[in-house]
Design a protein around this ligand. Structure first.
Ligand code: NAD
Length: 311
């Protein structure tokens, strides 16, 4: 692996991911980091001992590193990190460096940044590589990575080695932006399963069923899912699930609303008909502005749908 690595965006996900890079790379590796929030940089510099160096811009990170990773919230932030004149990554003379964006954003923005990179620096390579597994996975280094490249890409071994320091399962999704496509398909599916599970549990409980019995039946029948087994939206069914601690922690409802919206946009672009997309998106958008739900784990849609919490 290159000894000079860059990391841009040290938020809820980025900070623990970068921390794993610090822990798992050789002693002579240097990590050059930048975030618009100085506090986040200071935290990592403090934790990382001599291995972490603060930078004043994304360009400075790119100047000093041979491989550059980014983990920021939305497409607009990715544009800002890479395309801002004078201070963005592409303002640096990156030559044949490798750029990896791990943010969950729309495929159009990702391809636009990739094209801008190819035009300005023909030997450099830009990859999308979004993740699944949340803050816990980021912390434990067990994230799933969905890499936007072919299995026989020239850099695939390097990507596997590097991203493997932060994750367990690594998938080459076939080509540019297909990592993002995979991520959006997964979150679209799991977001709708959470709504369906909430509604079905509501019907059963309102009819007089014990939710534990119903969840066990789902588990051994065709309604079985990770949402039912590990992330059940009904408080008290899965002791480890966010629902059982007031929906705190987990995957914020705002992030799910963003991802479902991006999946619905993707469907429109590729001409796929959705029966549930707009309805599901409406539920998550409503939860984002509901005082009882906003900022909480996305499975809080159970609460929005009137689910019984003190059964
Ligand atoms: P976050 O808001 O906690 O962190 C984002 C960080 O990026 C912040 O520290 C922010 O200051 C920084 N940032 C924003 N614009 C910047 C810029 N122009 N230059 C440098 N730094 C900038 O978000 P997060 O939860 O870490 O999520 C990051 C991405 O990962 C999102 O796309 C999200 O959808 C995805 N994701 C999140 C989770 C999760 O559970 N939180 C799980 C999987 C994927």
């Amino acid at each position: 692996l290159p000894k000079k690595m860059g990391f841009i965006g040290l938020g809820l996900m980025g900070l623990p991911m970068a921390t794993n890079l610090v822990k798992k790379t050789s002693d002579d590796t240097q990590l050059y980091v930048y975030d618009v929030v100085q506090d986040s940089i200071d935290k990592l510099v403090k934790e990382g001992g001599g291995k972490v160096q603060a930078c004043g811009s994304s360009k400075e990170v790119a100047d000093k590193s041979d491989i550059i990773l980014s983990m920021v919230p939305e497409g607009s932030h990715v544009r800002s990190v890479y395309l801002t004149p004078d201070t963005g990554v592409l303002a640096s003379d990156i030559q044949s460096k490798i750029l990896i964006d791990m943010s969950t954003i729309d495929t159009g923005t990702s391809l636009a940044v990739r094209d801008a990179c190819a035009e300005k620096h023909p030997k450099a390579r830009f990859y999308d590589a979004p993740v699944s597994g949340g803050v816990i996975g980021a912390d434990k280094g067990t994230l799933t990575f969905m890499m936007g490249c072919a299995e026989n890409d020239t850099n695939v071994d390097l990507l596997r080695k590097l991203l493997g320091l932060m994750g367990g399962n690594l998938f080459a999704c076939g080509g540019a932006s297909l990592g993002l496509t995979a991520k959006l398909c997964n979150n679209y599916c799991s977001s709708l399963i959470a709504i369906a599970t909430s509604e079905a549990m509501n019907i059963g409980m309102a009819s007089g069923m014990d939710p534990r019995v119903l969840a066990n039946i789902f588990h051994t029948s065709t309604a079985q899912s990770a949402i039912c087994d590990d992330w059940n939206p009904v408080p008290g069914l899965c002791p480890e699930a966010p629902a059982s601690r007031g929906y705190k922690g987990g995957f914020k409802v705002q992030l799910m609303a963003k991802d479902v919206g991006l999946a619905v946009d993707s469907a429109e672009r590729v001409g796929v008909k959705l029966a549930l997309g707009e309805a599901g998106l409406g539920v998550y958008r409503e939860a984002c502005v509901d005082e009882r739900c906003k900022d909480l784990d996305s499975r809080v849609v159970y609460r929005l749908l009137g689910g019984k919490e003190d059964w």
